[in-house]
Design a protein around this ligand. Structure first.
Ligand SMILES: Cc1ncc(COP(=O)(O)O)c(C=O)c1O
Length: 392
């Protein structure tokens, strides 16, 4: 029975680089059998040894070794106290929202993922929590909207789909003066390119469905927290709401994570070339890409990230061009989601941001002629050739 305890002992691997950490994980391999691929513990429950003796595992909603390996790997990568792996990115956001009480106030990025807006509208408002969307690239606007009951700021950076970049450090300094918790949705850049907790944030959330897992084959979410107090609170909420990541999905996320570093580097180098191609095409009116030197927050990106990621939004010259482009695009797939090895293009106004009113969408720049491209890891010349034939 002694071996069982090995599942709870792990080396923090603090001295290693991220590209090693993602490959080697927390325990990295099965300490009992030596299996290099971490086992999928497809068990709902665990046998007790005796009335006061156990293996540290009791029931898989509460704890599961495969999920724990993924969670610990994420906590190591993000320099957090603890991570929680949940059944989707929305489950991660929803878990964090349980920290808010009636009459409290939240500030949310103005062009966050539409599902986050829906959660604020349908869950926060219903529970008597007030929220306001603000432009987090404008610190004065953020400052002016802080109220005595503001308890949380939820920022996405870069934003989805307008690629606005918020200065995480400056926002955290402002928030912490007032005791406000800062939550960063780090889905787009991931822990490989951006470490929100190191920049001062309190909580990081991910749709791990995207780059972390990376293969468009699993839905998953992660919350990483900084303190024991936050971890204890969320641990209880996890037990209550039960949106835990299943063992098989935890394994898929872990396996995907192993190649995060090489994938992110390739996504980023491909995106740079694709963004340049799009910018020079006569039918493309505007390209939103954080790696352009004339991006309004380029200097902030350089300060707080180690890469620009693989996301691009671009505006075409007419609805007719949009329709033809989406009909003709072939290698790049017209589909929702992002961050997988396959390049995907979507139409935010009719797909990912339908929860946002047309009036607000237009104000933010999410026009009907805007497309969002998740640049995959295919050969970049093939991607550019596909874009060219779809635009010409
Ligand atoms: C930035 C961001 N956060 C959260 C989510 C929600 O993630 P999921 O679809 O895994 O629930 C998405 C989904 O597109 C997203 O783009």
């Amino acid at each position: 029975m002694k071996n069982f305890t090995n599942y709870t002992v792990y080396d923090k691997k603090e001295n290693l680089h991220d590209d090693t950490k993602v490959v080697r994980g927390a325990l990295g391999h099965d300490p009992v059998t030596g299996a290099i691929s971490f086992p999928i513990f497809q068990s709902a429950t665990y046998r007790h040894i005796g009335i006061k003796e156990n293996t540290n595992f009791n029931y898989s909603r509460i704890i599961n070794p495969t999920r724990e390996e993924f969670e610990r790997t994420m906590a190591i990568l993000d320099h957090g106290y603890r991570a929680f792996a949940v059944s989707s990115g929305m489950a991660a956001t929803s878990l964090v929202l349980t920290m808010l009480k009636p009459k409290e106030h939240v500030l949310v990025s103005d062009d966050v993922y539409g599902g986050t807006v829906r959660a604020c509208d349908e869950v926060l408002k219903y529970n008597g929590v007030l929220y306001k969307q603000v432009d987090f690239t404008n610190l004065e606007e953020v400052k002016n909207n802080i109220k005595p009951n503001t308890k949380m700021m939820i920022i996405e950076t870069p934003t989805n789909p307008m690629m606005k970049v918020a200065d995480i450090k400056a926002i955290c300094e402002l928030a912490h003066q007032k005791g406000i918790t800062v939550v960063v949705d780090n889905t787009f850049l991931t822990t490989y390119f951006q470490k929100p907790l190191d920049l001062g944030a309190d909580i990081v959330v991910y749709s791990a469905t995207k780059y972390l897992a990376g293969h468009n084959d699993v839905l998953a979410g992660v919350v990483v927290v900084k303190t024991k107090e936050q971890a204890d609170f969320l641990n209880l909420q996890m037990a209550i709401y039960g949106a835990c990541l299943a063992p098989m999905d935890s394994w898929l996320a872990l396996r995907g994570l192993k190649t995060l570093a090489v994938r992110m580097d390739r996504h980023a180098s491909n995106a740079k070339k694709v963004a340049e191609f799009l910018r020079n095409h006569p039918k493309v009116k505007k390209v939103y890409y954080v790696g352009f030197e004339d991006h309004p927050q380029y200097a902030i990106s350089l300060k707080q990230t180690t890469g620009f990621g693989g996301m691009i939004s671009f505006e075409l010259d007419s609805m007719d061009t949009v329709n033809k482009f989406l009909e003709k695009i072939n290698l790049i797939l017209f589909a929702e989601s992002l961050g997988g090895v396959e390049s995907l293009v979507t139409h935010p106004a009719s797909r990912t941001h339908t929860e946002v009113s047309k009036e607000v969408r237009e104000k933010l720049g999410i026009t009907d002629t805007l497309l969002r491209l998740s640049v995959g890891i295919e050969n970049v010349d093939d991607l550019i050739a596909d874009l060219k034939q779809a635009l010409d």
